[in-house]
Design a protein around this ligand. Structure first.
Ligand code: HEM
Length: 234
């Protein structure tokens, strides 16, 4: 009864004629980096993949370099970190699950690469979750109230989650001067996480159109060939 159905978010990558809004994806990536990457990883996305969002090779390199990725000290064999390379994946901020849970009230921040595919409601759920934190309603039964370190969010399946509201108005400053209220940033990072979950989405749909067009022309040609072969053969 207290659980809410996700709100719809419209993106340029939706529907039968999709395209990527690269400026928006770049803003979403900035939100991811400046906010979400403090707790989450993108294990399936390599830094070099962001070239598709319109970055040059040099920009990809310096972006990768701004992350520390796990490595091994060659002299001691001890775990260490080094600057990221374009071939590395967006790293997890914690060394392992124990460290991740220790820092998050025993909850585990999930990898976000496929989150818009993995959760029921997809991108709508993600967007709603990000903008949906609120004070618990007055008539909320005691057993549903957020325990210590939990935060009420009517879009989360069991109403209370260990993630505090990650976004606050004005938190990220965009170079293009785009709006940076919670809704705008949530929308941008949602667009970005739709891309990470299926970077070939736009290509897939347009390949489908090319196939249909091909089949249509092919059907016309075979029909004309059929008419031609059977012409004057009564
Ligand atoms: C869970 C997204 C920032 C800590 C989640 C979930 C999503 C998400 C989609 C999964 C909810 C579910 O299981 O259905 C994001 C995004 C962020 C962000 C897009 C940036 C805008 C952060 C930050 C922290 C954090 C900064 C840590 C300070 C967590 C934790 C969970 C979680 C601990 C697990 C919650 C639980 O299972 O109770 N986040 N997050 N997140 N996030 Fe974030």
């Amino acid at each position: 009864a207290f659980h809410k159905h996700p709100r719809h978010i419209a993106l340029s990558s939706d529907g039968l004629f999709p395209h990527w809004d690269k400026a928006k994806l770049q803003r979403g990536m900035q939100v991811y980096k400046e906010v979400c990457s403090a707790c989450h990883s993108l294990n399936y996305v390599a830094f070099r993949d962001i070239a598709e969002l319109g970055y040059t090779e040099g920009q990809v390199k310096s972006f990768a370099k701004s992350f520390q990725v796990p490595s091994i000290n060659p002299d001691t064999g001890e775990p260490a970190t080094r600057d990221g390379l374009p071939s590395d994946r967006f790293p997890a901020p914690y060394a392992n699950e124990v460290a991740a849970r220790a820092a998050n009230n025993n909850a585990l921040p999930p990898d976000l690469s496929l989150i818009t595919k993995a959760r029921e409601g997809g991108k709508d759920y993600l967007y709603s979750l990000l903008i949906g934190f609120e004070n618990p309603p007055k008539n909320l039964p005691k057993e549903l109230q957020p325990g210590t370190g939990l935060h009420y969010n009517p879009y989360f399946p069991n109403l209370n989650l260990a993630m505090a509201p990650p976004l606050a108005d004005g938190q990220v400053t965009f170079a293009d001067g785009s709006p940076n209220d919670v809704k705008a940033m949530a929308s941008d990072v949602t667009a970005f996480l739709v891309w990470t979950a299926e970077p070939k989405l736009v290509k897939r749909v347009w390949t489908g159109w090319a196939v249909l067009l091909y089949l249509l022309i092919f059907t016309g040609l075979t029909y004309m060939a059929y008419r031609n072969i059977w012409a004057n053969k009564e």
